[in-house]
Design a protein. Sequence first.
Length: 134
Amino acid sequence: MSQCFNPSSAAAFPSAVTGADPGGRGRLQCRVAVDIVSTFLGVPAADILSERRAQAPVARARHVAMYLSHVAFQLSLNAVAAGFGRDRTSVSYAVARIEDERDDRGFDAMLSRMEALAQSCRRLAVPGAGEGDF
């Protein structure tokens, strides 16, 4: 993957790109997580971000993206909920569900690669930024 975030897809979160709202960075980080999960799992980002209830593969991808947003980008559950248009309890459920799935070695290895990529994007997003700056 040559880039962490596709600027052409920024229309989904215009305020995150322009910095117009104070929660913009959290939304941008959620979008980066969605793009990473979309690439790894082959589920379109638009489906992951959809407000509709989804079939199992899309719901699982959404849960992974929420988990990645919370763990790799260190966003609060409330920030992740805002980034995905969900409530905090939905995010809490998603994070717990994905954590339980880490017992599967193959899934854990794939999730570890996603986390490493997300953490790399986090470090590279702001040149010279420290670990907690993005």
